[in-house]
Design a protein around this ligand. Structure first.
Ligand code: NAD
Ligand code: MG
Length: 395
């Protein structure tokens, strides 16, 4: 078997570490071409010494210099690159077969798009890049012939419930996509108590272990909003074809309903190694390290409608699809700023949707006709969000 040469963007994060766990179970199938991170020198050094990639990239230049010294001292042959240019180089390198896109946030857009444009097999965890540049991103997939495999557990579940080689929802006879979400840690917390929520409480997800940004997004349900947008782009679905269903047990990872009334679901333990292994080996199946789902012990499975008053971020995300233009770019950028401020202890949990709504209201939406337009809208929305912070902090 020819080994697949894999670049892992965001190797030191939650998805990155799970990806390396799956890869190291199958040394006959995969070799690691490049590992990247933002500034985590310690973890990236040990990952490089374990896996001996051709390249290691740190976004932060000073951190990259440190990494190079450490690797040289340890006798490693891994070549160190720095900055966005380094990330783009290892994402689109001719010797790479597959790219795990697992950088968090808008920082993932340029390298993920580089992998798409180079026609790679792209394992997409970085949902923000698709939220920001959906149409351009999907056009680039078409143009290059890249294989785009969803790693977000819900979208991976939907992909698994669609017929192999399906072209579009209509010809596949799909009536609806049922996008499940746990509702996060505050599904039943009294709304009056949400104001005092701390970053540690928001990051303590009941079912999934994830990086800090997506954990906060899960607590506000912005994560489900971003996933709603992601589903529309990935599967060319109209917003009325995607229904968000709250399912606190996170056993059903999403469902597809067909014209004949059949509903297909993908179930499993909540462990990202399942969708990661599915993407890495697709269309084959490999061992992921995830144990069997014990249906007799996972209790009753509950389903309910989301409460949009409790979770205004979900409402704002759904509305941004109807608003069109750069609304999704603005939503994503304002959310990233607000979540960062909340995690730093400078913004109340309940102020996150307030900032986003204000930024959306004050932004001029334009047609996202090029990546430059998207990046300009992203920067402008971040700037506006920062200007509005002092005002919103008083609340
Ligand atoms: P994380 O915070 O644990 O890891 C993020 C990774 O990106 C790290 O390696 C970090 O070094 C790197 N990074 C951060 N900022 C960067 C920058 N400016 N430039 C370059 N690299 C940078 O995040 P995560 O939880 O692994 O999530 C990664 C992506 O996967 C996110 O888009 C998230 O929405 C998506 N995702 C995650 C999960 C999950 O279970 N963690 C599930 C579904 C989707
Ligand atoms: Mg998800």
């Amino acid at each position: 078997m020819n080994k697949q040469s894999v670049t892992v963007l965001g190797a030191t994060g939650s998805i990155g570490v799970s990806t390396l766990d799956v890869i190291s179970r199958h040394p006959e199938r995969f070799s690691v071409f490049a590992l990247t991170a933002n500034s985590q020198v310690d973890l990236l050094t040990s990952q490089c010494l374990d896996l001996a990639p051709r390249f290691a990239v740190l976004r932060d230049t000073a951190a990259a210099e440190q990494l190079a010294v450490r690797l040289r001292e340890a006798g490693s042959d891994t070549q160190v690159l720095a900055g966005e240019a380094g990330l783009v180089e290892v994402a689109g390198h001719p010797e790479v077969d597959a790219v795990m896109a697992a950088i968090v946030g808008a920082a993932g857009l340029a390298p993920t798009l580089a992998a798409v444009r180079a026609g790679k097999k792209v394992l997409l965890a970085n949902k923000e890049s698709l939220v920001m540049a959906g149409a351009l991103f999907m056009d680039a997939v078409q143009a290059s012939g890249a294989t785009l495999l969803p790693i977000d557990s819900e979208h991976n579940a939907i992909f698994q419930c669609l017929p192999a080689g399906y072209r579009d929802l209509e010809s596949a006879g799909v009536r609806r996509i049922l996008l499940t979400g746990s509702g996060g840690p505050f599904r039943t917390t009294p709304i009056s108590a949400l104001q005092g929520v701390t970053p540690a409480q928001a990051c303590a997800h009941p079912n999934w272990s994830m990086g800090p940004k997506i954990s906060v997004d899960s607590a506000t349900m912005m994560n489900k909003g971003l996933e709603f947008i992601e589903a529309c782009w990935l599967f060319a679905a109209r917003p009325d074809q995607v229904e968000v269903v709250v399912h606190p047990q996170s056993v059903v990872h999403s469902m597809v309903e067909y014209a004949d009334g059949s509903v297909l679901a993908q179930l499993g333990n909540p462990d990202m190694r399942t969708p990661i292994a599915h993407g890495l080996a697709w269309p084959e199946r490999i061992e992921s390290g995830v144990g069997s789902l014990d249906l007799l012990k996972c209790g009753p499975l509950e389903f309910s409608a989301p409460d949009l008053d409790r979770f205004p971020c979900l409402r704002l995300a759904i509305e941004s699809v109807a608003a069109g233009g750069t609304a999704q770019v603005v939503l994503n950028a304002a959310n990233e700023v607000a979540v960062q401020e909340f995690l730093a202890g400078r913004l109340m949990f309940t102020a996150i949707p307030v900032i986003i709504e204000k930024v959306l209201a004050q932004s001029t939406l334009v047609e996202p006709s090029s990546i430059e337009v998207v990046q300009d809208a992203d920067l402008a929305a971040r700037e506006l969000a920062r200007q509005l912070l002092p005002d919103v902090r008083q609340r």
